[in-house]
Design a protein around this ligand. Structure first.
Ligand SMILES: [Zn+2]
Length: 243
């Protein structure tokens, strides 16, 4: 029976170590995911800026074409004005010319606005690209640190899991089954110490007679409240009598 109890204590220790390893490993993995997410977000932003810049450049080309046509219109009107004989015709062509000039001024204004927008976006994109490059370097460096650590964790985890399998195999099947159910139901803690007449798992007081029977170590005992396996540390209890 003492052999089984020792196995259970060892199992619990390994269970705790496995949980610690998984938690630390999870933190590292999360850190890596966060870095990747940040990197992807900035990459997307740079791409979005580039596509806005492409659109704006296309707009400017179209505006310039329209302006060239408008300027040609003005030149044509001026030529026609030289050949015109009637006042009525002259007035109509002059009006056409003025309208074209007005629309050219508007086009020039729009081109100016677009070009200053392009300047602003280009600067913004350049800044984002610098940030992206910095983040990329940082991510690669951190990844270089994290990857071997994750590999170490996986190796340690594999060893612990193997050890757990062999310890479980040494338990009588009914104890093993109970252990596995407890681990699942009690968030990984199936074996706890009984100290100062209380269960250290659920912190409930244990009946005095039951607590005293733990010292005999004649059978595997469970907490009457939370069902966890109970062990007792003789030395500690001797040092704190009646505590
Ligand atoms: Zn308990």
């Amino acid at each position: 029976m003492q052999q089984h109890m020792d196995n259970l204590k060892k199992l619990q220790q390994i269970e705790d170590e496995i949980l610690d390893l998984k938690t630390t490993r999870g933190c590292l993995q999360k850190e890596e995911e966060k870095l990747t997410t940040e990197l992807t977000a900035i990459q997307a932003e740079v791409q979005r800026l580039q596509s806005t810049l492409d659109d704006s450049a296309k707009d400017v080309r179209e505006l310039r074409n329209a302006l060239a046509e408008g300027q040609e219109k003005v030149v044509k009107s001026e030529k026609r004005l030289l050949e015109i004989r009637t006042v009525k015709e002259q007035m109509a062509v002059t009006r056409e010319k003025e309208t074209a000039k007005q629309s050219n001024r508007e086009l020039q204004e729009m081109i100016k606005e677009k070009e200053s927008e392009i300047d602003r976006l280009t600067k913004e994109k350049e800044e984002r690209e610098i940030t992206l490059e910095e983040l990329r370097e940082r991510t690669e460096a951190r990844h270089g640190e994290i990857a071997p650590q994750l590999a170490n964790f996986d190796q340690a985890l594999g060893e612990k899991l193997d050890h757990r399998v062999s310890l479980l195999a040494n338990l009588p099947s009914n104890v093993r089954r109970r252990y596995q159910i407890l681990v699942e139901q009690r968030e990984g803690t199936a074996v706890v110490e009984a100290r100062n007449s209380a269960c250290m798992g659920c912190h409930m007081k244990l009946p005095p007679q039951f607590f005293n029977s733990l010292f005999l170590k004649q059978e595997i005992q469970s907490c009457p409240h939370c069902n966890r396996f109970l062990f007792i540390e003789d030395e500690r209890e001797k040092q704190a009598p009646g505590a």
